[in-house]
Design a protein around this ligand. Structure first.
Ligand code: GRF
Length: 213
């Protein structure tokens, strides 16, 4: 059986769709959202993928909400957990429970621009390059060891929307590829270090993705 991936979303779910449609050597086994109105949830349900909602309103405290989220993810028995536009910071217990098996995609060349408005910030800074990063998840906002990046040019006259769209196209290629590599062991987390096997390095090069030295 292919390794299963539980995907956590809060919104439209375009990376979820890419993870499902481009899955190689893994399977999206479940989708969990902290928002009942996330568009990606109805897409998942209509594609026969089991869904769960764990919303903040259902719990008296943030701590209880985070505890319930961890239990929901554990209930899906995933091999890997992929955050895809999931707008919550996970508690250390969650990060620990899935250490080496928990990844996130972020629309910037981390460590630049953690948090929101990444495209506008890259434009405002006059950057010539922008892109997306996939990393193992740490306990801070968009922190944790970097696995791979896709770089896009910033073009003269770019708007935030144009740059976001160019970046998103790359996200949809980068994320399924990285998840495949984590699933098949081509890349691993050892302590705090990301260790790539040679086969993964070669693939990164042929696909035009950057991996840390
Ligand atoms: C993506 O840009 C992702 O990198 C970021 O949030 C956005 C989610 O978009 N973390 P979608 O829900 O996958 O369409």
């Amino acid at each position: 059986m292919a390794p299963t991936v539980t995907v956590l979303i809060s919104g439209r779910g375009s990376n979820l769709i890419a993870l499902h449609e481009k899955a190689q050597g893994y399977r999206v086994g479940a989708v969990i959202s902290n928002r009942a109105d996330a568009a990606g949830l109805s897409w998942a349900a209509s594609h026969g993928i089991p869904t769960q909602v764990v919303s903040r309103e259902s719990f008296a405290s943030l701590a209880q909400h985070k505890e319930a989220l961890l239990e929901a993810v554990k209930s899906t028995s995933p091999d890997l957990v992929a955050l895809a536009g999931f707008m919550m910071i996970l508690q250390p217990e969650f990060v620990e429970a899935f250490s080496g098996r928990l990844v996130n995609i972020h629309p910037s060349l981390l460590p630049k621009y953690p948090g929101l408005d990444t495209h506008a910030r890259a434009l405002a800074a006059g950057d010539s390059k922008h892109g997306a990063s996939v990393h193992f998840v740490g306990t801070g906002l968009d922190t944790g060891p970097l696995i791979a990046q896709a770089v896009v040019p910033v073009l003269a006259g770019d708007t935030e929307e144009a740059l976001a769209a160019r970046t998103l196209t790359e996200e949809h290629k980068l994320y399924p590829w990285v998840v495949k590599c984590v699933a098949n062991g081509a890349v691993k987390l050892e302590g705090d270090a990301v260790v790539w096997e040679e086969r993964g390095r070669r693939e990164a090069q042929s696909q035009g993705f950057q991996i840390p030295e």
